[in-house]
Ligand binder design. Structure first.
Ligand code: GDP
Ligand code: MG
Length: 162
């Protein structure tokens, strides 16, 4: 099955997006009390198409002093393993230095890269997202992983890229 990978710096909403896209399976996961562990792999079904989804943000341990290195590692995994890459950025903060660095690494991707401008919870923020065209990728979708706005058009693009 096709593998779609989520990549991006911390706090842009990768885990939230993962949970939204794999929603219907959330109930059957990890119910051990006291353990809050992000799920990293799931399956998504959309308009009759199915794909595997991985949150690479959780695959590489975060260590404060090797912050950039951890993200670079995420991107390298993504470039090796994924069929489609979801590059998540944050409309509240705009393009950060780290985003620009990730973008530079992803430009070598042979796979389709879809920019996900997350936290576009309302129309004003969706308009703010236009700055992310500046990252230089062909596809960019403003959406809200929290309230679901924009996820339909985005998923149409993901399955079209499989
Ligand atoms: P990660 O580090 O990239 O996995 O980011 P998380 O999924 O842990 O989210 C980081 C923070 O951003 C959390 O406080 C989320 O609630 C918040 N967040 C995620 N998605 C959205 C969104 O669509 N809108 C808003 N307003 N906040 C969001
Ligand atoms: Mg996370």
């Amino acid at each position: 099955m096709a593998l779609v990978a989520i990549v991006g710096r911390p706090n842009v909403g990768k885990s939230t997006l993962f949970n939204r896209l794999t929603e219907e399976r959330r109930a059957i996961v990890d119910d051990q009390p006291g353990v809050t562990r992000d799920r990293l792999f799931g399956t998504v079904e959309w308009t009759g198409r199915t794909f595997d989804l991985v949150d690479t943000g959780g695959l590489v341990p975060r260590s404060a002093e090797r912050f950039d290195a951890a993200i670079r590692e995420q991107v390298m995994l993504t470039l090796e393993e994924a069929d489609v890459i979801l590059f998540v950025v944050d409309t509240l903060t705009g393009i950060s230095d780290l985003d620009a660095e990730v973008a530079g690494l992803l430009r070598r991707a042979k796979q389709p890269v879809i920019v996900v401008a997350n936290k576009a919870d309302n129309t004003a923020r969706a308009l703010d997202a236009s700055e992310f065209w500046g990252l230089g990728f062909e596809q960019m979708f403003p959406l809200s992983a929290v309230n679901g706005t924009g996820t339909g058009d985005f998923l149409d693009a993901v399955v079209a890229a499989l």
